[in-house]
Write a protein that binds this ligand. Sequence first.
Ligand SMILES: [Fe+2]
Length: 159
Amino acid sequence: MLKIRNTKLYERVEREFVLDMDSFHGINHWQRVYEYAILLAKHYKIDSKLFEYFALLHDSRRLDEAEDCNHGKRAGLFIKNLIRENLIDLCKADQNRLIYACVNHTKVKNSSSKYFQDLAVQICMDADKLDIQRVGIIRDEEYFSTSYAKYLVREKIFI
Ligand SMILES: [Fe+2]
């Protein structure tokens, strides 16, 4: 379960989320993204609060359930405000990873950034894609960055 629930940050995200919390991009998806991220992170022996923040925030500024191609960018701006309000407890490097991962999670806009090759960022983005079948899209290995996520796709392993 997302540990971040029942915190000031979670309450803020839930209060401002304009879609139904039970929608395709709501709490159940956030929870699965978190669990997939932890599965990948354990494989790579990375322990970071980054994954929980990504799961909670990456779709938090969606305005609809369709493409909404600017929702990642809005999430990035939202996170910058949350950082200013001291609601994000991450070091500067992880704050930057979180912003990059959220802004770029549906379409990478800046592949020349050092964060494009960053394993923790790749785990965030792969964790989101591992849950894609909930909207009727078959997972395709080609769209994943980490070798372990590719393995989960190949072996049809679901949470
Ligand atoms: Fe998502």
